[in-house]
Write a protein that binds this ligand. Sequence first.
Ligand code: AMP
Ligand code: ZN
Length: 345
Amino acid sequence: MKCKSCRGPAVVEVRRHNAAFCRNCFVAYVRGQVEKAIRRFEMLRPGQRVLVAVSGGKDSLALWDLLLELGYDAAGLYLGLGIGGYSDRSGELVRSFARERDAELLEVDLRERYGFDVPTAGREGSRSTCAVCGLSKRYVFNRAAIEHGFEVVATGHNLDDEAATLLGNTLRWNTEYIARQHPALPAREGQGGRAMARRIKPLHRLTEHETAAYAFLRGIDYVVEECPLVAGNTQLRYKDAIAVIERTSPGSKAQFFLGFLERAAPLFRAAADPSLVECASCGQPTTGRFCAFCRARAQILGVRLGDGPAERPGESAEGLASELPTEVLPVELYGPEPERAGARK
Ligand code: AMP
Ligand code: ZN
């Protein structure tokens, strides 16, 4: 096979484009796709400062690498979820990536800062492990961005992730969630200034296969293992289903999600977003009195909101713990991914 661009020997095949590339041309192709995504959705200004949420997996490390290579002032954010050896290895790989590139890395440890980790949440709460994990990530990413003065948070969601999310939302005709599925969600103001950072997904045009090949060809050392808690996750089953279709009709996945963005998303645009107020416990944005993260945390720790280590004690919330809603993925944080809510019950 020959490289589509330079006719040299190819090392990666991209079936949906009916193309193959040599190492250098593949790297250029990936960069081109990311630049296109950034331009199309006005994700970043040239050289802008951006906080990249990095898990230690191929997608987010590839994203960090790409943004640095494209000249953005990209700092990393690693959230320690406390998932045993899996989290230890992930954190180590993120730290060594940052050291090698001399890039800034922020770290938050869920247990140290908020008193619980993801495995405990799965045992103690009534919510699914993946739901609490997703909720915690969205919360911490936004909070860290606001506290450290970043206007933008980037995540490594790829085309496979986005197509699976869209399939899940479509199967349930969850039109409110469909309306919010977008590669660039705007910043939002709250009572006291910026409440939500802008949230972007610059890898949404690239498949998992492509980000893996990119990470490999760029010599990025990433965690290959899957999160041990994720087995059976609904999202994974949707990915499998899409892969079956893609095998016989290459390009379906891209048509499904990129076609949605171009032609269908505008039809779902929601009415005005509900206005944001400050969570009475932590001050982060919410549409209710307490944010979903504080409610979940209170339930996991078995404390009443307003008691214990909440950051604004004194504000009593009698009885609230008993009426904790079952809602797991709040619309006010980071765009919902409802199919995860149903996972691992
Ligand atoms: P996931 O929810 O695991 O599919 O991850 C989606 C995106 O969230 C990844 O591409 C990362 O950008 C980010 N992410 C996931 N886990 C972490 C973590 N432990 N620390 C920082 N960012 C993460
Ligand atoms: Zn809160």
